[in-house]
Design a protein around this ligand. Structure first.
Ligand code: PLP
Length: 396
């Protein structure tokens, strides 16, 4: 039986490889950090982790995970509503709500699940979901799982958003959904304008804060803080798998009734396992750290400027933006792959992105800065970019 599909899969895989888009994974043999070792033996500076605050290998976070293994065990072997809720799960939900100034929070195994499970319990065929065209795959999938009418607006285009809102006026409820920070370009959603349009056209607002929670905004509360609309975004989803320790887990935070309904009906919550206690314990520590000091996000901001300045001065073309995502534009897919390979030889780990991950002709190396980077790490990375850039005639 397998023979037929085996042949089919083999030829599809071959086609993917021949198109130059077969994904090969590099293997790291150390904890995630500013620099790591790879299995070829090199020590390399990591320029493409979502470890924005350097918390992935933070000593206090690791210790909290170990302590929680001792106090609360390894796994829950249950979904939350049967016997998967411990005191620490409730503690974390309360801490996240306090951090954002929201009413309640619900945890998920991943932000993919938070986004996958947020629409269907709240919206039906008589409602409208109005979504930025560049929203994350998990939002797109979540919308697909829901019967609401779908409207898409051009990326961050407020007049198109307004058009879509007008078209959706006959629906019962409307919600505007956007990534807070768009991960490929590092640009920030115009949340103030979005909230104003939501007021004008009677819509809710949801922001996916996966690439902003903990470091965007003066105190790291994310894009609503950055745009001066704290408290105006009705639903916030986020991940524990990026800046906030980087293990795994997701959350939805917002109004009490919304969260309550998700606990009753959200399928990835009802039918998937409870977050492991060690992750929950470590995440409680993460929110303690972020609630007591802005030191890490301040360092991140300083590091981002330090690296960006060197790259721009060297003559590279970058996507402008206000986030620690610094896309260095090469425009050519093959060049981006070659560039990344040569960077690795210079001790710098970064990845080239090209179509279909980004638009055609928009190939780039996306760098992501971390608070864990030292100035020496960033100097090494910038020097490698300049050396490879000259060798490949990207800069003079
Ligand atoms: C990474 C990411 C997710 C998924 O987060 P996980 O917790 O890894 O599932 C969802 N939305 C956005 C915008 C992301 O960048």
């Amino acid at each position: 039986m397998y023979g037929k599909i085996k042949d089919h899969l083999q030829s599809e895989l071959k086609a993917i490889d021949e198109a130059g888009i077969y994904k090969r994974e590099r293997v790291i043999t150390t904890p995630q950090g500013a620099s790591v070792s790879v299995n070829t033996g090199e020590d390399v500076v990591i320029m493409c982790a979502n470890n924005y605050l350097g918390l992935s290998s933070n000593e206090d976070v690791i210790q909290a995970a170990k302590d929680t293994l001792d106090s609360h065990g390894f796994g829950m072997s249950s979904v939350r509503f049967i016997c998967g809720t411990q005191d620490i799960h409730k503690e974390l939900e309360a801490k996240i709500a306090k951090f954002y100034g929201t009413e309640d929070t619900i945890l998920y195994a991943a932000a993919f699940d938070a986004n996958g499970g947020v629409f269907e319990p709240l919206f039906g065929a008589e409602d409208a979901i109005i979504s930025d065209e560049l929203n994350h795959a998990s939002i797109i999938d979540g919308v697909r799982l829901c019967k609401a009418q779908r409207y898409r607006y051009k990326h961050s285009d407020m007049s198109d958003l307004e058009e879509q809102l007008k078209k959706a006026q006959d629906q019962r409820f409307r919600i505007i959904v956007t990534d807070g920070v768009f991960s490929m370009d590092g640009d920030i959603a115009k949340m103030d304008e979005i909230c104003a349009l939501a007021d004008k056209y009677d819509a809710l607002v949801m922001s996916d804060e996966c690439h902003s929670a903990g470091f965007i905004g003066k105190t790291g509360r994310g894009v609503p803080e950055h745009c001066g609309v704290n408290g105006k975004v009705d639903i916030i989803t986020g991940t524990l798998g990026k800046a906030l320790g980087g293990a795994m887990g997701g959350y939805t935070t917002g109004k009490k009734e919304i969260i309550d309904m998700l606990r009753q009906k959200s399928r990835p919550y009802l039918f998937s396992n409870s977050l492991a206690p060690s992750i929950v314990g470590a995440s409680n520590k993460v929110f303690d750290i972020l609630s007591s000091t802005t030191e890490l996000r301040d360092t991140l901001e300083e590091n981002t400027t330090y690296f960006k300045d060197q790259i721009v001065a060297a003559g590279f073309d970058i996507k402008p933006g206000n986030s620690p995502i610094v896309p260095i534009m090469l425009y050519d897919a093959a060049l981006s792959q070659k560039f990344a390979d040569m960077l690795l030889q210079e001790g710098v780990y970064a990845i080239g992105f090209f179509y279909p991950v980004v638009a055609k002709g928009q190939a780039r190396i996306r760098t992501q800065i971390s608070a864990a980077h030292s100035k020496a790490d960033l100097d090494k990375a910038a020097a490698a970019f300049i050396k490879v850039g000259k060798a490949l005639s990207v800069i003079d």
